[in-house]
Design a protein around this ligand. Structure first.
Ligand SMILES: Nc1ncnc2c1ncn2[C@@H]1O[C@H](COP(=O)(O)OP(=O)(O)OP(=O)(O)O)[C@@H](O)[C@H]1O
Length: 236
């Protein structure tokens, strides 16, 4: 689970304040205007930055000051997830053993994880021999091999075409179920991909202004938020 209690964070004069609770194994999408604070919210949970006040509770432990490597969290970014001079296997190995000196058991784990993301047999390829979707699958495998229960995705599929993006979302959905993960994903898309998620957070101007199932965005009482997001208005 993820609990942010009265978190305050500030970049120059841009102030952010986050308060939320997410249960274990929920699938949450985060949307909102550019510059609203979505990536900052993920960075606070991952521990890349620290709040000026408030508490971050992850799986019932106060981790407000815990370094990223010690948190039960792995994070996948939009770009720059792979090292070009390392093979697929080595890139994934970085998630578990930065020395890259792998045991037979660890090599087998990587091979099994590659199968789960649909890349069996790709161990010895280099990133420049992969498509964009395949590269993000490798980066996803590196997150998953750490077996951390909270997965944060910062728009990792937005460079892919729509069919591939939907395919990757289905894969993430399936993997989250299989590994019992809690998922938080920033997205710029407000299409049917929202149906993959049980909850939607709308971040605007450094605050969470909506925290409900995605379909509720279409309810008349949320018209102002729907307009802010540029959602087509429900004609019923
Ligand atoms: N390192 C930084 N130094 C100063 N200001 C920053 C820094 N990173 C982000 N900001 C500012 O903080 C605000 C929130 O940024 P953030 O990246 O969290 O927004 P976002 O909602 O993820 O935006 P986008 O959808 O465009 O990626 C923005 O106004 C941004 O300019």
């Amino acid at each position: 689970m993820i609990e942010l209690n009265q978190i305050n964070y500030q970049y120059d004069d841009f102030k952010m304040h986050f308060n939320m609770q997410i249960a274990a194994q929920e699938k949450v999408v985060i949307v909102g205007p550019s510059g609203a604070g979505k990536s900052t919210l993920l960075s606070l949970i991952a521990g890349f930055i620290f709040p000026s006040s408030g508490q971050i509770i992850l799986n019932n432990q106060n981790m407000t000051q815990t370094l990223p490597g010690k948190r039960p969290v792995s994070m996948l970014f939009q770009n720059n997830n792979l090292f070009d001079h390392l093979t697929v296997e080595q890139n994934i190995a970085l998630g578990i053993k930065p020395s890259l000196k792998l045991t037979t058991f660890e090599k087998q784990n990587i091979t099994d994880m590659l199968a789960k993301v649909g890349l069996s047999g790709f161990n010895e390829r280099y990133p420049n021999q992969l498509s964009g979707g395949q590269r993000q699958r490798v980066a996803l495998a590196r997150c998953l091999i750490q077996h951390r229960p909270i997965l944060l995705l910062d728009e990792p599929f937005s460079a892919l075409d729509q069919a591939l993006r939907f395919e990757m979302l289905a894969l993430v959905n399936h993997i989250c179920d299989e590994f019992d993960l809690t998922l938080l994903m920033v997205s710029h898309y407000l299409d049917e991909s929202l149906d993959n998620f049980s909850r939607c957070l709308v971040v605007d101007n450094g605050k969470i202004i909506f925290n409900n199932p995605p379909w509720q965005l279409h309810e008349p009482k949320n018209k102002i938020i729907a307009q802010l997001l540029g959602l087509p208005l429900n004609k019923n």
